[in-house]
Design a protein around this ligand. Structure first.
Ligand code: MG
Length: 393
């Protein structure tokens, strides 16, 4: 019985060729990310995976197969000057239905374990910036944007010997083992990868979703993903988050044998990430509404400040700034009280002023009052003249 799996590799949106290579057959799972120029990278990853699968099929162990793959890539690079210096990352896992999985890693492709809603990074990158992180010189966040983040400290096929990191995990029912090239992790955070796995989609859809998402975020590199899982309902063995760093494959290198307890990427971070995005969206919405609201208030304020009307203020005719009745919270206010008394107004003019007579400026409003006053004076003169004529007659 083999493990269930799905694989996917994509050129991305920037590169012209895919120098990644993937392999999975239910027992062996591999991701390789080639390097070494236009021709070399693709050749290195293909030769490495081809040799690896061939050696495993012949019954060799994974460490033996990796050593053979290293030799094959290295010798090929010596044979062809165009391929000089080529190499590849390699993350390989070998497992069976018991769920026991051995994982070997060289370079900055990664292996993750998704278990019970939490994502664990199993491998550690062999990069210059990872060494800076390990020494405490920079943070993981700074490493993610560091200019030298692509500089590898270990690769397969660049020397006669290669020293992979080795781990062993117990895959339980429902767990997912994820192998990927840096084209995925440079575009998606661990939290975003965890969010996709949390959806519980069929493995092929999960692979597609991850690759699509990485492309949506830029697709600046080739993107490769391999997923492996036990069949649902497999009893497995009691869950353990202890990953064993296995003996190094090279006898020249002293063993750094140790067990390390993996620090999970808590689902709360996944939830917090969603929560943060929702909050950010709400913040943008509020900001847009705020700017729009401020623009409306400013426009109304300008309109009100350039509006005047003539109206009544107690026993006097007055000039107001603003609009009759007010707009929003901008209420009209008296800017000038004239000498014209309201008891001198004709009923018609008085009625006009009760409703307010709009004018464009204080000067125009004063002209209106002056004309009204003049009309009253003329009317009064005419009345007096009529009285005098009547007396004379
Ligand atoms: Mg890459």
């Amino acid at each position: 019985m083999t493990l269930g799996y799905a694989v996917g590799t994509d050129v991305g949106r920037v590169r012209s060729d895919n120098q990644d290579a993937v392999f999975a057959d239910g027992t062996l799972f591999v991701v390789a990310d080639g390097m070494g120029g236009h021709a070399g990278g693709g050749v290195a990853s293909q030769v490495a995976i081809g040799t690896l699968a061939d050696e495993i099929s012949k019954g060799h162990s994974l460490p033996e197969a990796i050593a053979a793959a290293n030799a094959a890539v290295y010798e090929r690079s010596l044979e062809d000057s165009l391929l000089e210096g080529m190499g590849t990352t390699l993350t390989a896992a070998c497992g069976n239905e018991s769920g026991r999985v051995g994982i070997y890693n060289i370079g900055d492709s990664r292996a993750y374990l998704y278990s019970k809603g939490q994502l664990y990074q199993l491998t550690s990158d062999h990069t210059f910036v990872q060494e800076l992180v390990d020494s405490g010189s920079i943070t993981k966040e700074q490493a993610a944007i560091h200019r030298a983040r692509h500089v590898l400290t270990r690769a397969l096929g660049i020397a006669e010997l290669v020293v992979p990191d080795a781990f062993e995990i117990q895959l339980n029912g429902g767990d997912i083992l994820l192998l990927c090239s840096d084209g995925l992790i440079n575009e998606l955070s661990d939290e975003e990868i965890g969010q996709v796995l949390t959806l519980g989609l069929p493995l092929p859809e999960t692979v597609s979703r991850l690759i699509d998402l990485a492309n949506a975020h830029g697709g600046n590199d080739n993107i490769s993903v391999v997923l492996a899982t036990l069949d649902d309902g497999h009893p497995g063995t009691p869950e353990s988050l202890v990953v064993t760093r296995m003996a190094q494959s090279s006898p020249q290198v002293p063993l750094r044998g140790m067990n390390r307890i993996l620090q999970p990427i808590p689902t709360s971070m996944v939830e917090r990430s969603s929560w943060k995005r929702a909050l950010a969206r709400f913040g943008i919405f509020v900001a847009v509404i705020g700017v729009f609201g401020a623009a409306v208030v400013l426009a109304v304020s300008l309109y009100v400040n350039h509006s005047y009307y003539v109206g009544l203020a107690g026993a006097r005719v007055a000039i107001y700034q603003g609009r009759v009745g007010g707009i929003l919270w901008f209420q009209p206010h008296v800017v000038r009280v004239t000498s014209l008394r309201t008891d001198r107004l004709s009923p018609a003019v008085r009625s006009q002023l009760v409703s307010g007579v709009d004018e464009g400026s204080v000067a125009q409003a004063l002209r209106f009052v002056a004309n009204a006053t003049k009309q009253i004076e003329l009317s009064r003169s005419a009345t007096l003249a009529g009285v005098i004529v009547s007396v004379v007659v």
